[in-house]
Structure formats: structure tokens, C-alpha cells
Design a protein around this ligand. Structure first.
Ligand code: PLP
Ligand code: COI
Length: 363
């Protein structure tokens, strides 16, 4: 294991899940419902800094009811995956990017920044001890680092104490639907993030604020919400938990710019690079709902897809809103989305050359 500024105390689970039970769980894990045997905890105390790093058995937390996070939601998180390689090793995709985004989120939420090497080493530790939890085939081990305020105090101020943790969940597909494309609901009433707000941070509060719109989406038979900008309610920003791309009839890509109100997706950035490697141009420009509707009608937009760690690349088939619905392409197949997805997954799973140094081996 590489050297970090913090020593991890390693406390292996005294009675880990049996191999038989684990194999049963890994057959069809779904998304985020089952968890591996261990977790990481690191504490932060004002004046003392980061300390008490442990990798130990996963279990419930005991919290004081006055812990700040339960009242004022000072919480941030990350999401990335570990994959099994065909040689039996374990790799993670661009964990340093998640470390840096976690630091940016921390800054926005007035929280202390966890050093990048400690963040990456915490993931290494968990994947190393729970590597048998990485599913074979298309599955992966979803890693969820998070940090919350746990000072026992009801005054509104940045907490003086924090708990950073990492848990791991073996996962298959994020979407329940077996169809290849998802339907999305455009929310024209609720917005996700306003200029100056926390849209670019990965904080729990953003997701809490998205749930009313998400309920509306379910009511209309859609799996995700498309959020528009908060000022003009016109420009497409992103989905509740994913970025969005449009594939034009000349084969080029278009995606909304990261202007502070959307999350700077690591999948998004990787797709832009992979597309460039494939000779495909990407424009990062504002794109309106009206234009999307028109372009879907004329065939100027051939495909659209959602992208993120959990969703990977998922084609969007039908777009619904208060003003009616429209279909992208034939509403199902999306050949170029599939091509980009394969190119990205092949790098993530070490089936293609890692020319950008994105793949991080776990020892
Ligand atoms: N946008 C939102 C709101 C998200 O929750 C996510 C998922 O993490 C993304 C975009 C995609 O980010 P990434 O590709 O880094 O997973
Ligand atoms: C991810 O893709 O990692 C996400 O965080 C999306 C969602 C599960 C919140």
C-alpha cells in the first residue's frame, strides 16, 4: 500500500460474509442496496486536523441527535467504481479527479479539505480488503466516500468536527428498466441550482432539493428529471444525477457548459476526451429545451444520452414535459452512444490502452 500522511488502523471483520452468501448477493445486486463487509472512517477535529483513520467492519453509527448534519445538512459525497480486470486485479477510474472534486465541494460547504493522497488511499484500503465484493462481468463495486458535520451544536456555523467515511456497494445497472433507453421528465417548475448556489458541489442538499421533481418524473413514467437553468428556465442544465449530451446529425457532440450550476462530471470530461481521440468534435454550449424539441423533430439531433458514474452512458428515448412529449431518433437504439460507451468502458476495464493514465491499480 502506498505511503500517505495518515496511518490507517486495519481491523478486519471478525465474521465476514461467507463466500456462498456473497456469490448469491453478487448475482443480481441492483444499485446501492447491498454493501461489502468493511468501511473507512477518518475524523477531523478543529485544532487537531485529520486523525484516527481506520478500516474496519461496516456497521451502524451512533450519533447525537444534535449532530449538525442532521439539522443543517453540511454534507458532501463522491461516487466512483472499482472494476475487476480479466487478470483478476482491481482498478479504479480517475480517483484523483474525485479527490479534487471532493475538495472543491468541501470548500463550497465550508468544510476542511481532505488531502488528495488520503482520499485515494482510503479507497485503496477499502477495495483491497473487500476486493472479493467486485462482481464479475458487467458489474462493479461502487465506492461512496462522504463527509459530514458532527459537532453537537445547534448554532448555524461550520462544524468544528467532521467524520469522513467510505462504504462500498456491489452494483449492476443503475436503472431498473431493462429497455436500453430511458424516458426523462423536464421540470419546468422546480430548478436544481441557481447561480451562486451549490450546483457545482456534490452535496446531499442538492439531491434532497431534486426529489419533488423526481416524484413528478415517476408519476409521468420517467426515470430521471432534466433540470433547466434557474434564471430563464430555458436552458438545459443536467439530470438529477447525471450530465447530458446530444449527438447531432453530423456526428458531433453538444453538452451544456459547466458554468457553476451543474456538476463537473468526470464521465462527462472523459467522454469529451474519448470523443476527441475518436475524431469527434464536442461543443460545450447552452442548448434550450425548445431547440432540443425542434432538433429531435427535424432529425438534427440523432441521439441524446445521460452520463455519470452510476448511469455510465444511457440513451434518452423519450422526453416528456408539461407541454407534451417528443422522441429522440427511434426512441430506442442509439448506435453512436453505444460506440462511445464501449470506448469508455474498455478503458475503465483495461480492455483498451490507457493512453491518458486514467486507470489506477489497487494493490
Ligand atoms: N451530475 C450530477 C447531479 C450527478 O449526481 C452526477 C453523478 O455523480 C453526475 C452529474 C456525473 O458525475 P460523474 O460522471 O463524475 O459521476
Ligand atoms: C454517481 O453517478 O456517482 C451519482 O452520484 C449519481 C447518483 C447515484 C446520485
Amino acid at each position: 500500500m502506498s505511503k500517505t500522511t495518515l496511518e490507517f488502523q486495519r481491523l478486519p471483520h471478525p465474521s465476514p460474509t461467507s463466500a456462498t452468501k456473497r456469490t448469491e448477493i453478487l448475482k443480481d445486486p441492483g444499485f446501492g442496496r447491498v454493501f461489502s463487509d468493511h468501511m473507512v472512517t477518518i475524523r477531523y477535529t478543529e485544532g487537531k486536523g485529520w486523525h484516527s483513520a481506520t478500516i474496519g467492519p461496516r456497521g451502524p453509527l451512533q450519533m447525537d441527535p444534535a449532530s449538525a448534519v442532521l439539522h443543517y445538512s453540511q454534507e458532501i459525497f463522491e461516487g466512483l467504481k472499482a472494476y475487476r480486470t480479466k487478470e483478476g486485479g482491481a482498478v479504479m477510474f480517475r480517483p484523483g479527479e474525485n479527490a479534487r472534486r471532493f475538495q472543491r465541494s468541501a470548500e463550497r460547504l465550508a468544510m476542511p479539505k481532505l488531502p488528495e493522497d488520503v482520499f485515494v488511499e482510503s479507497l485503496n484500503q477499502l477495495v483491497n480488503i473487500d476486493r472479493d465484493w467486485i462482481p464479475d462481468g458487467d458489474g462493479s463495486l461502487y465506492l461512496r466516500p462522504f463527509m459530514f458535520a458532527n459537532e453537537v451544536f445547534l448554532g448555524v456555523k461550520p462544524s468544528s468536527e467532521y467524520l469522513y467515511m467510505v462504504i462500498a456497494s456491489p452494483v449492476g445497472s443503475y436503472f431498473k428498466s431493462k429497455d436500453s433507453a430511458v424516458s426523462v421528465w423536464v421540470s419546468q417548475d422546480y430548478t436544481r441550482a441557481a447561480p451562486g448556489g451549490t450546483g457545482a458541489a456534490k452535496c446531499g442538499g442538492n439531491y434532497a432539493a431534486s426529489l419533488t421533481a423526481q416524484m413528478e418524473a415517476y408519476k409521468h413514467g420517467c426515470e430521471q428529471v432534466v433540470f433547466l437553468d434557474a434564471v430563464e428556465k430555458k436552458w438545459i442544465e443536467e439530470l438529477g444525477g447525471m450530465n447530458v449530451f446530444f449527438i447531432m446529425d453530423d456526428g458531433s457532440l453538444l453538452t451544456p457548459p459547466t458554468s457553476g450550476t451543474i456538476l463537473e462530471g468526470i464521465t462527462r470530461a472523459s467522454i469529451i476526451t474519448v470523443a476527441k481521440d475518436m475524431g469527434i468534435k464536442t461543443r460545450e454550449e447552452p442548448y434550450s429545451l425548445d431547440q432540443w424539441r425542434k432538433d429531435a423533430g427535424t432529425g438534427r439531433v440523432k441521439e441524446s444520452f445521460a452520463c455519470g458514474t452510476a448511469a455510465v452512458l444511457t440513451p434518452i428515448g423519450t422526453v416528456k414535459s408539461k407541454d407534451g412529449e417528443f422522441v429522440i431518433g427511434n426512441g430506442q437504439a442509439a448506435a453512436q452512444t453505444e460506440k462511445l460507451k464501449t470506448a469508455l468502458i474498455d478503458i475503465q476495464r483495461c480492455r483498451a490502452a490507457d493512453t491518458h493514465g486514467w486507470v489506477h491499480k489497487v494493490f
